[in-house]
Design a protein around this ligand. Structure first.
Ligand SMILES: Cc1cc2nc3c(=O)[nH]c(=O)nc-3n(C[C@H](O)[C@H](O)[C@H](O)COP(=O)(O)OP(=O)(O)OC[C@H]3O[C@@H](n4cnc5c(N)ncnc54)[C@H](O)[C@@H]3O)c2cc1C
Length: 465
């Protein structure tokens, strides 16, 4: 194993880097190269790590070459698709970053309702391209998130009740394992690995391509609805979302109103429910399904309308790198008391951005048997994400304490976690993502495909001994 602080130099002077540069068509970026600082930047702010090398392979065999370099050199390996890991796992201090960002090919078989997608694509890019055919695979709520990380953790988004998690549409994958082999993985080939990939995160290899099922999702009724956030409105929203037909998936952000240009100035800073809603079905039925939400209170802004599905992804600011702390949890109910707690905590904080994000689950996601994939929280009713932005280390401690207290106040005795929403929270929390026998099964599969834990810079599942 090489000493960390000398890694870049040693890689450069030793045989590894020259060999790598000679062997790859893809880009090899070291601290001396222009563009290094940009290449090491990830979405989440406050992460300032300096890898020895960032490699952007051009194809799966180049990925295998980088995996072999990591194995042989002993350097830490970070695998990056969209770079949105909340824990900063897609950049290494002193190690190798394998950045899939130049592998973005997408082959859509519109007649067969399937697509092969390289994992450097973002959710937004895939959705826009599939939208040209009136087709979609469900990802998350943000276009810039990579399909790599999102899919491997599960994928909860605008179609979760209608079509399930992203992994429920995963038909096959190509994966480079720790020994440098490229495997075809599906229900028939390496079924144990296929099970683990669907929720087990980046523990088992580098996924270079996914094959997804596509659904007909063309015109939907959806967009943004903003309501005043009183306890009654928050509880009413959740009740309406649970009672709604499963064509409707909702994401309710209870938060202090940001200074958005379409909001009256007197609303800025006031508590609102900023809901992203998508009814994937007939327009008239969608309008009926949305009526109970509009009736909860006089909307502050009502931008729900028939739209093409890709329009659900809002434009994003480039070079936006928030510093935030958060907590993920599942709850069974948001009744008046829980809604009161949410409003109380959000009112008590002065973080510039503070949010309780509530996603009512169920529908297609809940019909898949719990043991069918490594994502085992199929029966959970509501996914909650609490977050606060911070400014500097002192503020971070304040916001962390607030998030922890808030989570404790909302706790309904379920310690479960959604792996894609975890930060750098330690082994016990990773275990919370994989309840019961899921953990042991994942650890056994890890021992088979990655016995030395080469893929360890992630929400790590150690190989069973
Ligand atoms: C603004 C924002 C919004 C989000 N919204 C949602 C949402 O609506 N729904 C939801 O489910 N999640 C959501 N997430 C969470 C998101 O799914 C995870 O952060 C996910 O890991 C990000 O994937 P990525 O490829 O962008 O990240 P990366 O940082 O590139 O990857 C994260 C980890 O995944 C693994 N990984 C990534 N690509 C590969 C690959 N090809 N092969 C092997 N391992 C790989 C690696 O371990 C890596 O450390 C959101 C995150 C953010 C920051």
């Amino acid at each position: 194993m090489l000493p960390k602080n000398k890694n870049a130099k040693i890689l450069g002077e030793g045989r590894w880097l020259p060999e790598l540069r000679a062997a790859l068509n893809g880009r090899v970026i070291t601290p001396d190269d222009a563009g290094y600082d940009q290449a090491r930047t990830v979405f989440i702010g406050g992460i300032d790590r300096r890898p020895a090398v960032i490699v952007r392979p051009a194809n799966a065999s180049e990925v295998a070459r980088v995996v072999s370099l990591a194995r042989e050199s002993g350097l830490e390996l970070a695998v990056r698709s969209g770079g949105h890991s909340g824990a900063g796992h897609s950049v290494s201090e002193g190690g190798i970053v394998l950045d899939l960002g130049d592998m973005r090919a997408l082959e859509i078989d519109a007649a067969g309702r399937t697509a092969w997608a390289e994992t450097g694509l973002t959710a937004g890019e895939y959705t826009t391209a599939a939208g040209e055919y009136g087709l979609a695979t469900g990802f998350g709520d943000t276009g810039s998130v990579g399909i790599g990380g999102l899919t491997l953790g599960g994928g909860v988004g605008f179609l979760v009740r209608k079509h399930g998690l992203t992994i429920d549409d995963l038909l096959a994958a190509e994966v480079v394992t720790a020994d440098g082999q490229l495997l075809w993985v599906d229900a028939e080939h390496h079924p144990d690995l296929f099970w683990a990939l669907r929720g087990g995160g980046g523990n088992f290899g580098v996924a270079t391509r996914f094959q997804f099922r596509l659904h007909e999702v063309d015109t939907i009724v959806g967009g943004m609805l903003i309501l005043p956030a009183t306890p009654e409105v928050v509880a009413g929203f959740i009740a309406a979302a649970a009672a709604a037909p499963e064509e409707l998936s909702t994401i309710a952000n209870v938060m202090a109103a940001p200074p958005m240009p379409f909001l009256p100035a007197e609303q800025h800073g006031q508590l609102i429910v900023l809901a992203m809603m998508a009814y994937a079905g007939e327009v008239a039925a969608g309008e009926r399904a949305l009526a109970p939400f509009r009736a909860l209170a006089e909307p502050i802004a009502d931008m729900l309308r028939p739209m093409r599905y890709p329009e659900m992804y809002l434009p994003e600011q480039e070079d936006y790198h928030p510093t935030a702390v958060g907590r993920t949890m599942f709850v069974d109910r948001i009744d008046g008391d829980a809604a009161g707690t949410i409003v109380e905590y959000l009112q008590a904080s002065d973080a510039v951005v503070r949010v309780a994000q509530l996603r009512v689950l169920g529908g297609a996601m809940a019909r898949v048997p719990v043991e069918a994939t490594a994502f085992a929280h199929r029966r959970s009713r509501i996914l909650v994400a609490l977050a606060a932005f911070y400014d500097g280390p002192e503020d971070r401690a304040v916001r962390e304490a607030w998030v922890a207290d808030f989570a404790a106040a909302l706790d309904q005795g379920n310690s479960a976690a959604y792996v894609n929403f975890l930060g750098d929270e330690g082994l016990a929390r990773v275990r919370d993502a994989y309840p019961g026998s899921t953990w042991e099964r994942l650890a056994a599969i890890k021992a088979h495909y990655d016995p030395t834990n080469l893929f360890r810079l992630n929400q790590n599942i150690r190989p069973a001994i």
